[in-house]
Design a protein around this ligand. Structure first.
Ligand code: GAL
Length: 681
């Protein structure tokens, strides 16, 4: 069966007809009769793609260099005979017991200096030569054997890099960190200058004196910490590339690794997106959030943006509850379909779950699955079958793209830097601010891309920069050009404060955006915990800012809202500047999602965009095909709403004209005439 194949360029999308549907399949937990039952049920549910082998290292390489592929041969053949394609995993996120026993020094070490042992899952040190050799060997052997297996349509390298093992403080990692720094800075003088080590006498005279920023008596130099985060990310990417290249030597199917967009913060996904053939993402609802669809949309829009607007794969989500949050809330009837359709509407052409059949043993036994412990006479199973049937009706949507007029800037380096300690206020949380601005746009019914501040932003009518604390001079110049050329930029407080080394910009706070915003900031005026102050928009609308005020030095901007209480009384809270053909707006405080509404309404006028006017909690997204558009409508409310999209609902088969009702909790996927051009891409 196995032959060497000639390397060709990767296929753009796994060879699966229509929208891919399925999930992680871990049948090694079950006897052969269950496998046979599984494939029958998969066919019943319309499953056409499963991810196999993601954690099976110890079952395949049973001792170092000893490979047992028999069970996997049998499994892939069985799946193929039943028309189910395979996304074949490399199980390198979880080395086997023999590996840790043979190479104890290859274990990753946590910040406290404790080596992380076996009995769970998690990779070894990214910088351990034995680990890197072992993953290369395993990936080669797997690809050599299965590159030409007809079931295999895609490769799934590792699992969620950075989770649960990201930073490694071992000696091996420290050695690699020093090498990485040498390559970055060339000389110790350059490193000392970049890190500002003259302060606190931290100057280094020898490379081998540099360590990882683990534990120290007081706060560790933040420039060093930032570089350690960058190094960690780069080291993980190198591990991915070792595996990717080992597979590519044999196989031509697309290769991916599953991201956790805006749910894990170790890997800089803009960089990762450049090294995968297809972007794929895992998403789990935050159970504590009663409106989980907003966080889901943010993650999905970010993932699509990482994919450059192209379709992407939802590699994992859950049919119902997860098992690892404090309170694992089950999904409501219909919620799984609404979640799935939201990912689909936002560009996912594959809807997959963790996992196919609920585990009876092990740490994830209380996690929901496509086949729950209750079996097929259950609500979850019936909804799984219904979703498979629904997705089989929307195959023609595949390949269509979402376009957005608005971009929200997203730079992980800025989040990292802002989350270090000794900042002006721990209440100013970059993730919360990104969510708040995104949520406002979501509630206003606007479709949003996420973008790095260095990206070409010229196609967007509005760019929002929440929490852009670290902004390089070059990226600030990019934003300024965007405004000059006619864009509308909205920047939130505590942005453009430091450069890429976490050093305050010359010229002071906000200086590199001074031209775009028509102001700089003289002093921050953070508020005591839970204090709410007041501000007033120039039309009299009252606002209730929290967390933060500033002493702003106006340099051309007009004041749109003014603080009326607190230490910043009389200071601007919101300003507007005109530069070239565009506008630079600044919100110098923290406003709630509700208070952002009247402010954004003003900003939209400059950007020439309008809120959709849809009722709250109704999601409508358009995917644009070559000759037709597809409107995905999701009603998260518990009452019906009236919509007016004309076309055919691919799910119900109904022809829709005039005004029609979308029932409580219902979804629709409407083929419609193409809308006028517009949107960011
Ligand atoms: C994911 C992981 C899966 C499974 C899942 C449970 O992060 O990739 O293997 O553990 O979480 O929600």
């Amino acid at each position: 069966m196995i032959q060497w194949s000639v390397m060709t360029s990767p296929a753009p999308w796994p060879a699966v007809p229509g929208i891919a549907y399925g999930g992680d399949y871990n049948p090694e937990q079950w006897p052969r009769e269950t496998w046979r039952e599984d494939v029958v049920l998969m066919r019943e549910a319309g499953v056409n793609l499963v991810s196999v082998g993601i954690f099976s290292w110890g079952l395949i390489e049973t001792a170092e260099g000893i490979f047992d592929f028999e069970w996997l041969d049998e499994l892939l053949d069985l799946l193929h005979e039943n028309g189910i394609s395979v996304d074949l995993g490399t199980p390198t996120a979880s080395p086997p017991a023999w590996f840790f026993s043979a190479y104890p020094h290859a274990r990753a070490v946590n910040k406290e200096g404790v080596p992380m042992g076996f009995g769970s899952r998690g990779m070894a040190s990214h910088s351990a030569a034995e680990y890197v050799k072992a993953i290369g060997t395993f990936s080669s052997e797997l690809a050599r054997r299965y590159a030409d297996h007809p079931a295999v349509v895609m490769w799934h390298v590792h699992n969620e890099y950075g989770v649960p093992v990201g930073e490694d403080y071992s000696e091996l990692s420290v050695g690699a960190f020093r090498e990485w720094l040498r390559a970055r800075y060339g000389t110790l003088d350059a490193l000392n200058a970049a890190w500002g080590t003259a302060f606190w006498g931290q100057n280094y005279g020898e490379w081998h004196h540099i360590t990882a920023p683990g534990r120290a008596p007081s706060t560790i130099n933040q420039a060093q910490k930032l570089d350690f985060m960058r190094f960690t990310d780069a080291a993980l990417r190198e591990c991915y590339i070792v595996e990717r290249d080992a597979i590519r030597a044999f196989a031509k199917q697309p290769i991916t690794t599953n991201f956790m967009a805006h749910q894990s913060f170790t890997t800089d996904l803009w960089k990762w997106a450049e090294i995968v053939d297809i972007v794929s993402n895992d998403h789990y609802l935050t159970a504590a959030d009663a409106e989980g669809e907003i966080g889901l949309s943010l993650a999905a829009d970010y993932t699509r943006s990482l994919a450059g607007g192209k379709p992407w794969i939802l590699m994992e989500h859950s049919t119902s509850a997860v098992n690892w949050q404090p309170r694992n809330v089950a999904k409501l009837p219909g919620e799984m379909a609404r979640n799935s359709l939201s990912h689909f509407g936002r560009g996912a052409d594959a809807i997959l779950f963790f996992q196919w059949r609920a585990s009876r043993a092990g740490v994830e036994k209380f996690h929901s699955a496509m086949v729950p412990h209750a079996g097929t006479d259950s609500r979850v199973w019936r909804e799984v079958v219904e979703l498979g049937a629904a997705l089989s009706k929307v195959g023609e949507v595949k390949g269509s793209e979402v376009r957005a007029d608005v971009a929200v800037l997203y730079d992980l380096e800025s989040i990292w830097a802002q989350e270090f300690e000794w900042r002006p206020s721990e209440d100013l949380d970059p993730r919360e601010r990104i969510r708040a601005y995104y949520e406002r746009l979501w509630r206003d019914g606007l479709t949003v891309d996420l973008a790095h501040p260095s990206a070409d932003l010229s196609g967007y009518k509005l760019v929002v920069a929440p929490a852009s604390y670290l902004l390089s001079a070059a990226d600030a110049a990019n934003l300024t050009t965007y405004v000059e050329q006619g864009g509308t930029l909205l920047v939130s407080c505590f942005s453009a404060i430091v450069d890429e080394h976490d050093a305050v910009h010359e010229g002071g706070f906000v200086a590199p955006l001074g031209g775009a915003l028509g102001l700089t900031v003289e002093e921050f005026l953070p508020l005591r915990e839970s204090v709410v102050v007041s501000a007033s928009l120039d039309d009299g609308t009252e606002l209730a800012p929290t967390v933060w005020q500033e002493d702003i030095r106006l340099e051309g901007a007009e004041v749109v809202a003014t603080h009326t209480s607190g230490p910043g009384t009389g200071e601007p809270a919101v300003t507007r500047n005109s530069l070239g053909k565009g506008y630079g707006w600044y919100v110098g405080t923290v406003l709630s999602v509700a208070d952002l509404k009247p402010v954004l309404a003003r900003v939209y006028q400059d950007a020439d965009i309008a809120p959709s006017g849809l009722p709250e909690r109704v999601e409508v997204i358009t995917r644009r095909g070559e000759t037709e558009d597809f409107v995905i409508a999701i009603n998260h409310r518990d009452d019906a709403v009236t919509l007016a999209v004309t076309g055919e609902d691919l799910l119900s088969g109904d022809t829709l004209t005039g005004e029609w009702e979308l029932g409580a909790g219902d979804v629709a996927a409407i083929r419609t005439a193409p809308a006028a051009e517009g949107g960011g891409r």
